[in-house]
Design a protein around this ligand. Structure first.
Ligand code: 5MM
Length: 362
């Protein structure tokens, strides 16, 4: 069978193939829509043990289970941020099953604030055999069984992050294709488990590439991801996309304006992301807190796209509260204030109503 016949056969299989599993797409769509509800966005608090160690090292806090619990508990107990601005929280497995200092399961604190608990299910980006300098995200083995337990524990959405690096000769087609395929298999398994998959293909900001190169790679990766999602029969109404913005590499000598980042990101997504997707929730990727907010705000001011556009930030929501907390009980209120401020700023940005003056006033 040649390539064209194979493509035709696949197309037919996709269009006439129907799922035999009892997936409830309307319920998946309801969760996806809630995650991108107006004025709300997602808190990415799913740092794996190695990543949270880096964050704690930076503020002089020992990486113990108790410290991780105390830190995350202070975020989930921050009503000012959680009630009005946060739609869902992505958790590392430990946190989904963790009990707070007073005996309340942390997942109950999130639910009590009206937010949806989610779970990071990938096992990390590992060096990809045969592809020096590139990674493939792993974690598909046993995923269905893990998701059943996570659902019983309260998780209603999941996250899988594929990592794509831009460098000389990178990314390669082999790595883009393999990562997109893994994302699509993950998404199909999640939907079968009645869990909304957040599909996160992250193109890193590391390197000296300019914004045009990021634009080109972002389009290529998103096209490939959506082709794979279609082949794996993932229902787009029941996912949320978590992409990078189209932005210069950190080492690039010329910086793009906020307006250019917003325009290029919108046009790259319009060219590659079907309108059936309910929402886009961006990662911050190492942008400063204020940059991440300004870019989201600029996109929502421009408007004219078919999806909600909001945030799913890790660092851009948490850097300020982590610094304010620094592991001290007496700093909990200050840390919650810092978290509430960033959550409010990003909530306004998701509506295109942020103003830089609000940062200086705070
Ligand atoms: C919060 O960090 C998440 C987990 O990272 P590791 O697997 O490296 O521990 C990460 O996937 C995060 O959700 C995304 O990168 C978005 O976070 P940022 O900080 O880029 O907004």
């Amino acid at each position: 069978m040649d390539g064209r016949q194979d493509a035709a056969r696949r197309g037919r299989a996709c269009s006439i193939g129907s799922r035999t599993n009892p997936m409830d797409l309307a319920a998946l769509n309801t969760i996806a829509e809630r995650l991108v509800a107006s004025g709300k966005g997602i808190l990415a608090a799913d740092e794996s043990s190695g990543t949270i160690k880096k964050r704690f090292d930076a503020i002089g806090v020992e990486n113990t289970e108790e410290n991780r619990r105390d830190y995350r508990e202070l975020l989930f107990r921050c009503g000012e941020a959680m009630n009005g601005c946060i739609s869902g929280v992505i958790l590392f497995e430990e946190t989904l099953y963790q009990i707070g200092a007073d005996g309340t399961p942390l997942v109950k604190l999130i639910e009590a604030a009206g937010a949806i608990p989610g779970i990071k299910v990938d096992k990390g980006a590992k060096p990809m055999a045969g592809f020096p300098g590139e990674t493939l995200t792993e974690g598909l083995d046993g995923l269905g069984e893990r998701l059943a337990k996570d659902y019983a524990q309260g998780a209603r959405f999941a996250k899988w992050r594929a990592v794509i690096d831009i460098a000389d000769g990178l990314p390669t087609w082999g790595a883009v294709k393999a990562n997109a395929h893994a994302l699509a298999r993950y998404a199909a398994i999640c939907q079968e488990a009645q869990i909304v998959p957040i599909v996160e293909p992250e193109i890193l900001m590391d390197g000296a590439h300019d914004i045009a190169r990021c634009d080109e790679v972002t389009r290529w990766v998103l096209q490939t991801v959506f082709a794979e999602l279609a082949e794996q029969r993932v229902a787009l109404e029941g996912i949320v996309l978590k992409p990078n913005m189209v932005i210069c590499g950190k080492g690039c000598s010329s910086r793009a304006s906020v307006e250019e980042v917003a325009q290029r990101t919108i046009s790259a997504l319009k060219a590659t992301v079907p309108s059936a997707v309910p929402g886009i929730a961006y990662l911050s990727g190492g942008q400063s807190d204020e940059e991440a907010t300004a870019h989201l705000d600029a996109m929502n001011r421009i408007g004219g796209f078919p999806w909600k556009m909001t945030f799913s930030y890790g660092r851009a929501l948490q850097a300020a509260p982590q610094k304010a907390w620094s592991g001290r009980t007496e700093n909990v209120t200050a840390a919650q204030k810092a978290f509430a401020h960033r959550a409010k700023m990003n909530s306004l940005a998701s509506l295109g109503r942020w103003d830089g003056a609000l940062e200086r006033a705070a």
